[in-house]
Design a protein around this ligand. Structure first.
Ligand code: FMN
Length: 134
């Protein structure tokens, strides 16, 4: 099982963000479930962080569409890894747009390296884990 994690910068206006993200999440739940992909999406202070897990080829095919999506830019893949167990199953796409404190760590992952990068990844995963724990 393969897992990919990226961060990006939203291009959505404040007026459009809510309805556009609702469309993204609703579409993702259907597509991801059909592909056996699970994951979590966070939107905070104009930034996205998303983890996707499943078959590597299927996740990469989805990523090609996501990278082309004009609703965000600077899509930066932060981590690609092989994992023993899916972390987010059964959530085909868990979503949280309320944790604005995580905006800082997401933004810094667009450029961070080394120790700081690992710490920020850990903080975002920990929020995603809380999201899918219940
Ligand atoms: C931040 C972000 C995350 C997205 N995540 C997913 C996802 O997990 N699954 C999905 O099917 N589409 C996701 N999308 C939407 C895709 O980019 C794309 O619109 C969708 O796959 C339909 O592609 P198509 O219009 O080329 O058919 C996401 C878009 C954005 C901006």
């Amino acid at each position: 099982m393969f897992q990919l994690f990226y961060v990006s910068v939203s291009t959505l206006s404040d007026a459009d963000a809510h309805s556009e993200i609702e469309k993204i999440v609703n579409g993702s739940i259907i597509y991801n479930a059909a592909q056996g992909i699970t994951g979590a999406l966070i939107f905070a202070r104009g930034h996205f962080a998303q983890a996707l897990e499943g078959d590597e080829g299927r996740v990469d095919t989805l990523m090609e569409a996501i990278v082309r999506d004009a609703r965000h830019r600077r899509v930066t893949v932060v981590e690609r890894s092989q994992i023993a167990q899916p972390r987010f199953a059964p959530w085909s796409m868990a979503y949280d747009g309320s944790a604005s404190y995580i905006g800082g760590p997401i933004e810094s992952l667009l450029k961070a390296t080394g120790r700081e990068k690992l710490e920020n990844i850990r903080r975002i995963y920990s929020l995603m884990d809380e999201l899918t724990a219940s």
